[in-house]
Write a protein that binds this ligand. Sequence first.
Ligand code: NAP
Length: 294
Amino acid sequence: MTLLNGKEIANQIKDEITAEVDKMKIRGEKVPHLAAVLVGNDGASLTYVGSKVRSCKRIGFESTLKHLPEDTSEEELLKLVKELNDNPDIDGYIVQLPLPKHIDEQKVLLAVDPDKDVDGFHPANFGKMALDMESFIPATPFGIMELLRRYEIDIEGKHAVIIGRSHIVGRPISILLSQKGKFANATVTLTHSRTRDIKALTLQADIIVSALGVPGFLTEDMVQEGAVIIDVGITRVPDDSKERGYYLTGDVDFDAVSKKASYITPVPGGVGPMTIAMLLQNTLLARKRRAEKS
Ligand code: NAP
């Protein structure tokens, strides 16, 4: 079994981006600038946004955090989104999800300029991705594809079973794995909570991507010998013995499943760090595209 070390690969990618940013600085060019919008004080969101901003600093990007109170109105948020769209200094930005219930998430995501949509959530980018056109690819599925590519895992013609059909993970990874091209060309089955017999499907899978957020869902008896296992799930399990009051766990029964798998991602240290690395990669791409246009 080989551990797919997302932390190590993410650090490699960040080093590569840092080298590019250093060259930009030497040439006197503008460096990429990522902004993050956070509404409210959700614990997990604060952690994610904090680590995105820290990563920007580490690799030499400029970053801006717009932290708004929980009771921010939809109108105020849309006004900020417009300001970010219009600000020539910002190359890309993210609106951290979930938003408070009184704000229509879709309305906000639709207001983001697709050219600055480094999360790849705008329908213009999602549609282009589905049509094999150049776009911003959502960071988590992009990170999974990059992990498979850098470990040179052959997926051509393989059967990939995905568990979960969310718009940010399951659905886009089903599109990317089934695209025509090198490090793609898989045959994909996309499963969800209404799928009748997931075990019958996972037992036929060469690759399993688990993205449902149910700890220990994927057990050893659901996996065939030699399968590649990608665990996207991140759940905070309350634990008083830990200083922060919880520990993180994935969807996969790691100890048992890793004995059968050919490759497997750990949680933490697998897909999570890749997500941040690919957001930075998208921001670099946004800067380059804007530089080409100007
Ligand atoms: P989500 O929007 O809640 O979607 C969950 C999906 O799982 C849904 O499609 C749901 O089916 C399906 N599902 C739920 N219970 C199921 C069951 N018992 N059997 C089969 N399918 C089931 O979740 P998400 O945003 O994609 O996130 C999934 C997990 O990945 C979470 O733990 C999240 O924290 C984690 N995550 C990690 C990263 C990272 O960077 N590593 C990034 C994003 C998300 P229905 O559609 O039928 O409801």
